[in-house]
Write a protein that binds this ligand. Sequence first.
Ligand SMILES: [Zn+2]
Length: 337
Amino acid sequence: MHGAVIYAPGDVRYEERPEPVILDPTDAIVRTVAACVCGSDLWRYRGIAPVPEPTPIGHEFCGVVTAVGDAVTTVKPGDFVVGGFNPSDNTCTVCRKGAHANCVNGDHYDGAQAEQIRIPQADGTLVATPTMPDDDLIPSLLTLSDVMCTGWHAAVSAGVGPGKSVAVVGDGAVGLCAVLASVQLGASMVIAMSRHADRQRIAREFGATHIVAERDEAGIAAIRELTDGIGADCVLECVGTEAARMQAIGAVRDGGNVGLVGVPHGDLPVNELFWRNVGIKGGPAHCRAYLPELMDAVLARSINPGLVFDLELPLAEVAEAYAAMDSRRAIKSLLRP
Ligand SMILES: [Zn+2]
């Protein structure tokens, strides 16, 4: 079978890889229907995170189960499934508290930008649709393996709920999904920070009530002006750079909460957070906790997070999928084997 392997910054290749096989009785094998490139994959592509050796890459997928290990009971060959980017058993003491990203038996995929994927902890990780989904739902279902759950996690972590004002820092796929999540969770004001017309349009479609195009001090001032001069109740930081986090801390009101889902680079001003009573929470999304509810919403066509994909390519053209996102020609690239 074929899949993507990152060799070095800027060098992702589509090449022959070994067929995945069941290694543990809790494994399943999935034939990929769609996969995609994550903003976090770009950290290595851009040379910000190291690539010590050629490594299969990718952690977002949906597909059809082709084989299961002896211990797997909740999915079977033929099922259409989505799995979160962080495999979890869904049964350990930590998972039972809803913190699936920190599962004590957590695992990872050996490169999901591939024709086939070995799924560890298949019972806990995979969620099957009741029937084979319509093809036009594939992009939205695919977002549930990462970006939609991550945007949801940002909102949940910051305590978004009815009547809250929310500002979202970052207009990538996760930021846009965080806008959608905030609207779904009942926020009365959802401010998307974006300078790009195409991304502003998706934010509006997801229900953003306001757009702030300014950045830095001007961006903070614009958000304060919209929020009685004090800042937003909840700010969702969906980038991970120090500049984005300072933007988020500047835009939140005293006593408010920041949800962090961008992989952090740089530090946090803990003294300022203390004196301003600002709460910080976040991390990798508990995908498995959110997946069933969000899958129901996608299948009922009440949310359409698949709008974040603005480029679709054959999996064989994975190198171009990375290049397009790296140069911001694409928000997010969907790949089909
Ligand atoms: Zn667990």
